[in-house]
Design a protein around this ligand. Structure first.
Ligand SMILES: NC(=O)C1=CN([C@@H]2O[C@H](COP(=O)(O)OP(=O)(O)OC[C@H]3O[C@@H](n4cnc5c(N)ncnc54)[C@H](O)[C@@H]3O)[C@@H](O)[C@H]2O)C=CC1
Ligand SMILES: O=C([O-])CC(=O)C(=O)O
Length: 338
């Protein structure tokens, strides 16, 4: 699953290992025993760029850690019990957060707000105390609200750094590439679709007009493809029939984003991923967070790319996205301010 540049980067690290210290990259996962947490932690264990993995959950993390620690890669894995979050976060450079409840059929992501807002707020308080400089990768839904919640807690604690808080929207990008590749009979690795906006329903905007393979998709096929990308999460929720939402594909997507960030932290240039961050792009319309292509660097966000030129259809998608996104963001901010 890792790109040629990762393999190159890890070989550089491996070559340097005999004579120089390996770049330490400590990753903590909060919610590590869950449906996403387990496969994502396994993939992180297989990532040569991760050197230490701290697995935390309110239940079951030591067992998951014991299991994963037997995989024969060089990284060290430790599991932490409910009351040990401080120890789990100590020294973490990247904290990936899939803690919280998933959807059941008939629910929207916003229906998760009441439960997950409190979980994310308490985890933000713990991160602010124990690893305020770590990069934070938020997976817990509703991402459009949980990212502002996390940021507001950090502002209150005086440790906010807009460059280090990311909403993980990689699954939308993974789906867009897979679904477009499928209808065009192309290898998804050659079909890179930028997905902008947020992470729920109409706030998800795939920019198909900017991809060679997507330019000529039109009419009903275009509508169906956009709908499938926007509501791909529902497809999985329905198929799982009450037992949860996407976990395995999300584990893959979360590990991919983490790997991209580490490569950028290790000095690789031009590492670009769509992600939901504090953004100037639609600030004038009251939308303070927005997912777009972001160049990553050692300090996190290096450069936020503009969305580029939009087709008439994409302009319409943007009109539907912005008011919904604004509402979701404000709801998250108000939760902490109140
Ligand atoms: N950003 C995205 O693209 C996606 C986000 N999600 C979201 O990810 C979240 C997790 O989904 P699943 O792993 O399927 O759920 P799950 O229920 O299988 O796992 C969640 C884990 O979080 C743990 N947890 C609960 N409160 C915690 C706390 N305070 N501290 C640490 N751990 C805590 C639980 O014990 C459980 O092990 C959901 O909110 C879901 O909607 C799911 C798929 C894609
Ligand atoms: O649909 C859900 O609830 C989980 C999710 O965010 C996704 O699969 O994109």
């Amino acid at each position: 699953m890792f790109s040629k540049s990762v393999i190159r980067s890890s070989r550089v690290l491996a070559r340097g290992f005999a004579s120089t210290a390996r770049a330490e990259r400590n990753v903590a996962v909060l919610g590590a025993a869950g449906g996403i947490g387990q496969p994502m932690s396994l993939l992180l264990k297989t990532d040569p760029l991760v050197t230490k993995l701290s697995l935390y959950d309110v239940r079951g993390a030591p067992g998951v850690a014991a299991d994963i620690s037997h995989v024969n890669t060089h990284s060290e894995v430790k599991g932490f019990e409910k009351d040990d979050i401080g120890a789990a976060l100590k020294g973490a450079e990247i904290v990936v957060i899939p803690a919280g409840v998933p959807r059941k059929p008939g629910m929207t992501r916003d229906d998760l707000f009441n439960t997950n807002a409190s979980i994310v707020k308490s985890l933000a308080e713990a991160c602010a105390e124990h690893c305020p400089k770590a990069h934070i990768l938020i997976i817990s839904n509703p991402v459009n609200s949980t990212v502002p919640i996390f940021a507001e807690v950090y502002k209150q604690k005086g440790v906010f750094d807009e460059k280090r808080i990311f909403g993980v929207t990689t699954l939308d990008v993974v789906r867009a590439s897979r679904f477009l590749g499928e209808i065009k009979s192309k290898d998804p690795k050659d079909v890179k679709v930028t997905v902008v906006g947020g992470h729920s329903g109409v706030t998800i905007i795939p920019l198909l007009s900017q991809v060679e393979a997507g330019k000529d998709v039109s009419g009903q096929q275009y509508k169906d493809l956009v709908k499938r990308i926007q509501f791909g999460g529902d497809e999985v929720v329905q198929a799982k029939a009450g037992t949860g939402s996407a976990t395995l594909s999300m584990g893959f997507a979360g590990a991919r984003f983490t790997n991209s960030l580490i490569r950028a932290m290790n000095g690789e240039s031009n590492v670009v991923e769509p992600t939901f961050v504090l953004s100037p792009l639609y600030k004038d319309q009251g939308v303070s967070y927005f997912a777009s292509n972001v160049e990553l660097g050692p300090e996190g966000v290096k450069k936020i790319h503009p969305v580029g030129s939009l087709s008439a259809e994409e302009e319409e998608l943007m009109k539907a996205c912005l008011p919904e996104l604004k509402k979701n963001i404000e709801k998250g901010e108000q939760f902490v301010k109140a």
